[in-house]
Design a protein around this ligand. Structure first.
Ligand code: AFP
Length: 322
């Protein structure tokens, strides 16, 4: 099996970007170790703090965030970082060529129950005409990502990443301490009979999503004429990993629980990187209005509607919005 650096060189990834990716992955190896230690690592439970989005921070969230921030800002490759756990962007090296957005630990409610969690990251080129302290650098659409990926801390630690030449799948080999390429060019099957949505929010959805899901639930007695299965991991990394491996549709639709917050998932460090991975694997990544990666961001912590996965199923869902 091929190691990471040669696999990236085969895709003509520039050397400084390879070094940056290796820097990010060094942090994921430490997190993977801490996660595998569970309650022995003293990183379980909550801090007494909330992040900018009013969510209680878990200790492991904070540890992972500090680790990524420190390692990236010390690398010399990075002009600034933005994280789910930081109020605004954090300046790095004025000459750094890249900016990195990340969710250090996605699915934090799963930490204490020993279930799936992961790290999501997205890399853009740093604009040369802005200071490292200027958060406007991050206002770039997902179309401009030069790399996106996630590391899933599951029974095995897996990396799924794209630099724009397909979506590739790696596994952390603990015997030599590096990621090995397991599969090049993942392809999301176009057809599926599996959907992922938090059904407990059903009464808050808009009519098109209500109608779409009720037709899926009707199975072979309804207009779709086939039965569907449902899965929900409560960590986007876990749900998207399943979609990338065996197909499916994943959605976190608009809802009216809180009129000031109609969407849940974050554009910069959840929806955009996952969209890049899904599209590079032949799937679709949309809102009900258009492609996620076409959105011009207005805020680092912007939230967005998400409908992504198997091409034909995403199209079937969007048909209900017409
Ligand atoms: P956290 O990382 O804050 O725990 O949130 C995870 C997440 O943003 C995403 O990964 C899940 O798909 C979604 O939230 C789960 O949401 P529910 O709380 O509605 O299950």
């Amino acid at each position: 099996m091929q190691r990471l650096a040669p696999a990236l060189r085969e895709d003509n990834v520039p050397l400084d970007l390879i070094s940056l990716i290796e820097t990010i992955l060094a942090a994921t190896k430490e997190i993977s170790f801490r996660v595998s230690q569970g309650h022995l690592s003293d990183s379980m439970g909550s801090t007494l703090d909330e992040n900018i989005q009013g969510e209680v921070q878990k200790k492991l969230d904070v540890v992972a965030n500090e680790l990524f921030k420190d390692i990236l800002l010390e690398s010399g490759f990075v002009k600034a970082v933005s994280s789910e756990e930081e109020d605004t962007s954090v300046a790095g090296d004025e000459d750094g060529k890249y900016i990195v957005s990340f969710d250090p630990l996605d699915g934090s409610s799963n930490i204490d129950i020993n279930s799936l969690i992961g790290t999501i990251f997205s890399i853009h080129q740093a604009p040369t005409d802005m200071a490292a302290s200027n958060p406007d650098m991050f206002k770039q659409s997902g179309n401009h990502q030069v790399c996106a990926g996630y590391v899933l801390y599951g029974p095995s630690t897996t990396l799924v990443m794209t630099t724009g030449s397909g979506t590739h799948f790696y596994v952390l080999d603990r015997t030599h301490g590096g990621y090995l390429l397991v599969e090049r060019n993942l392809q999301v099957p176009e057809e599926t009979q599996e959907f992922a949505i938090n059904m407990s929010n059903q009464r808050f959805w808009q009519p098109p999503m209500q109608n779409y899901i009720s037709d899926l639930l009707a199975g072979d007695t309804g207009p779709r004429g086939k039965n569907f299965n449902m899965r929900w991991i409560a960590a986007m990394v876990g749900d998207i990993h399943r979609v990338l491996t065996r197909g499916g549709i994943f959605t976190y639709p608009a809802d009216n629980r809180n009129p000031e917050k109609p969407y849940k998932l974050r554009l910069m460090y959840e929806a955009n990187p996952m969209s890049f991975l899904i599209e590079q694997a032949g799937g679709l990544a949309m809102t009900s209005q258009g492609r996620i990666m076409d959105i011009e961001p207005t805020d680092i912590h912007q939230r967005v509607e998400v409908i992504m996965g198997s091409k034909n199923e995403v199209e079937a869902c969007l048909g209900y919005y017409k």
